[in-house]
Ligand binder design. Structure first.
Ligand code: AMP
Length: 215
């Protein structure tokens, strides 16, 4: 089974994709995570992608497609795949269709997670991550006891450069322009497009995802 999760940055694609991947034993391919890892280890890809990411711009299609091709080639071919944060442009979606055709396993469904923009700004600008253990907090909805210290391990909490409010607003405008048109693109294709209300608790959103996919 191949699934694409679509939605604005901060809509919960990563959280929902991970929960579903665990449930159905799928491999999750999240280009944002792969890029952040490339930046962390200082690879050539990371060096080329970093300035785009920090500014909230899309990394050029050619770099992303190389990364995805490389990752798919190394992944187990027989498993299910959940694509999170990819594709983000129509050319990326066309390339994904071609890659999946080549692998002989076309896309089965697209899940669109809808969340109002102001909710997203609040979610993302309040997000803090522990540099030591990776625990993620939200200053508004899931705050640590002290705003800059991890409750679990005492590590330092920091904000991702691209989670600053003005960058989040820019990322939302990039989403509207480059990525939202993918919903219409997929609605014209063969795989069903399921829309879920992402402005709910994590478990409720997951329940909607499962219900739509089971249909
Ligand atoms: P994410 O964690 O998915 O929000 O991705 C973080 C950043 O990585 C984005 O703001 C982009 O700069 C970059 N990025 C991730 N996936 C893609 C993609 N499919 N196409 C272009 N840029 C991407």
């Amino acid at each position: 089974m191949n699934l694409v999760f679509l939605g604005a940055p901060g809509a919960g694609k990563g959280t929902q994709g991970s929960l579903l991947a665990e449930r159905i034993g799928a491999h999750k391919l999240a280009t944002g995570d792969l890029l952040r890892e490339a930046v962390r280890v200082g690879s050539e890809l990371g060096r080329r992608a970093k300035s785009y990411m920090d500014a909230g711009e899309l990394v050029p299609d050619a770099l992303i497609l190389d990364l995805v091709r490389h990752t798919l080639a190394g992944a187990e071919r027989d498993g299910s795949a959940i694509f999170d944060g990819f594709p983000r442009t129509v050319p990326q979606a066309e390339s994904l269709n071609a890659m999946l055709r080549e692998l002989g396993s076309p896309l089965d469904a697209v899940v669109v997670i809808d969340v109002p923009e102001e909710t997203i700004v609040q979610r993302m600008s309040g997000r803090r991550t522990c540099a030591n253990c990776g625990r993620i907090y939200n200053l508004h909805t899931d705050p640590p006891t002290r705003s800059d210290v991890c409750d679990v391990c005492g590590g330092r909490l920091s904000q991702r450069a691209d989670d600053r409010e003005e960058t989040v607003r820019h990322r939302l405008s990039v989403y509207r322009e480059a990525t939202e048109p993918l919903i219409a693109f997929y609605e014209m294709g063969d795989a069903p497009v399921h829309r879920v209300d992402g402005d709910r608790a994590v478990e409720q959103v997951q329940a909607q995802v499962l219900q739509r996919l089971e249909r």
